[in-house]
Design a protein around this ligand. Sequence first.
Ligand code: CDP
Ligand code: MG
Length: 754
Amino acid sequence: AIELAPIKIIKNPEGSMERSAKNGSSLAKEFKEAKINEEQAKQKESYSQDPLRKVRDEVTTLVISEWREKEKKTKVSFGKRTNLPIKEQRETLPVFSMRDDIVKAVRENQFLVIVGETGSGKTTQIVQYLYEEGFNQQGDQTKLIGCTQPRRVAAESVAKRVSEEVGCKIGETVGYTIRFDDKTGPNTRIKYMTDGMLQREALNDKEMSKYSVIMLDEAHERTIATDVLFALLKQAALKNPNLKIIVTSATLDSEKFSNYFFNCPIMKIPGRTFPVEIMYTKEPEVDYLAAALDSVVQIHVSEGPGDILVFLTGQEEIDMSCEILYQRMKVLREAAGELIILPVYSALPSEMQSRIFEPTPAGARKVILATNIAETSVTIDGIYYVIDPGYVKINAFDSKLGMDTLKVSPISQAQANQRSGRAGRTGPGKCYRLYTEAAYRNEMLPNTVPEIQRQNLAYTILMLKAMGINDLVNFEFMDPPPASTMVTALQDLYTLSALGDDGYLTSLGRKMADFPMDPGLAKTLIASVEFGCSEDILSIVAMLSVQSVFYRPKDKAVAADQRKARFHSPFGDHLTLLNVYRAWSMNGSSKQWCSNNFIHERSMRRAQEVRRQLVTIMRRFGHEIVTCGTKVDRIRRALCSGFFKNCAKRDPQEGFKTLVEGTPVSLHPSSLLFNKNPEYVIYHTLLLTTKEYMHCVTVIDPRWLPELAPAFFRASNPAQLSDKKKRQKIVPLYDRFSKDQNLWRLSAHAETKR
Ligand code: CDP
Ligand code: MG
């Protein structure tokens, strides 16, 4: 199916051609076997148009622990990271040659931009140099050197690596803070954290007085939090002359950062890269995943030594591909060398994370299946082959639809080049782009659109307002978000009653800002106190924040389904999650209980940890924690008060339609309301593939809507309605905002400014 020009020059024609042909067809067979029910069989037709959906709909999520068990049986042993002592390792990094220049530049400038290839040592080394040079000490005050990362995994894994280099336990000299996980202590001097966490710190400390230096790392990623931090840190540094700001980037858009920070100096770390041969497919791929996995096997059997890096779009896709590759390797066992298959994505458990950095044992080859996290955030040495299908999953906000959707989209040219660059770190490499050269030139945007221009800003605006920043139009965004996105976010906060008619935060809004989460969830948590079900909502919110807890091995699918059925609530998925959490707690949160019930223990532990952190926040701000016992209607009402905007009504024809825009949506096959016919539902998230799928769904009573969201819904006056509308009886207040002076004034301003 795939046509990769250079792979055709094969060293071992008979063997590998035959094998890859055989494996190509067995992939289809595996997909078929993994199919879980008639429903999905029916959907198969549309799979040919959207192969991704095929992957998504398979519920064969691989359990890492189980897969590791299998792997143990293959007798793979891992060597030490490398034989060089740590000191030498540090000194061979490109950034080391610049050590003194960097230290001097930081001493002499308040703002500094540093540019360097991924892997040159920016993240791990620069903060250490500053620590070694005493930048923590300001007179008799001891301060922190902070470094932000757009991703949790990067913050955690880099902090661990640096603590090894410094020679301390994590949480001592070197620590990290990510959401729901704080590993810092009184002796911490170097602190890694997600940009989101530093943004939250600005809530209580606008001048960042705890820090002597803050390094905004991976600035080229342009996450919302980093973009907001540009402005917040610029302000902080102007007020606090002792604060130094370093912005680091892996790409060359550094001029822009320098311009923003008063034309500050730019330092370039000399690169050390090898040429990468880039190959395109001749025809567009129909099934990029199959093509990617075919390429892995083909490279493994026919190309020289060197590890392979494959860019995929998400956890499910990666776990699934690991399983498929594992099965294929079993077939190939004798014919090909050992292939070590490693997944890399944000939700990866930490013991797996460290394994990706371990060198490949002699005679074996490593294949790393990663999300775009491996583009720049995480550097893996020894990669010679990169397979780039050209897609990335982004959380995009459609202000017309008024919805946030997870969408698989083509990457930008800049991203494509970052990806291919990964192959040239250790020696000359090869990059297989599973798209045509024409697609690269004509269909891909030159640069990635900053998140702030495509995502829902409700959370960000809530934070800014809580910091007392009300004049959003004059807030110094590097690239201001579109006015329509800003207005939608304000509307969202207004309908959640977080903003008043005057555009200022209400007391509810201020309370919502205390929770590091989506405003809808924060509202639900706060509302649950009034409804007397905060104990229960805490469990649900915690469960929503982890990956699926249900585990469904292919060979025991029936047993797993039977067990799952015991937790079913007729009201839907949220209450089912609660039932699981309650049952687990009542059974001593035991591991045994999890395996008996086909539940991922790791996800449960994570949910427990998230819950514990949320309880701390609830207590700190004096929110009562009470359970409603069996009065579960209260839970549904609490959910409804935060997620009323995600309401859908059953369509007489087919599926559902959202109440707000009338967008057709469907129940995801994983929902236990699938095949049931509830009238009104609310959903937690919407997943866009060929259809809009509602994920995690609960049945509600429509009469609650005007009651719980009076700024958004009103019960209509039957006398003034058409017959069709009479049947619906509830109309969203579309025109509510056109009457609202403040919101309109803001949008008019924003429009003229752009
Ligand atoms: O930030 P930048 O991409 O410039 O480089 P870095 O992340 O500081 O990585 C420098 C070196 O440390 C690379 O050779 C990585 O492989 C290594 N490293 C590691 O062994 N373990 C980590 N968790 C992170 C980096
Ligand atoms: Mg880095």
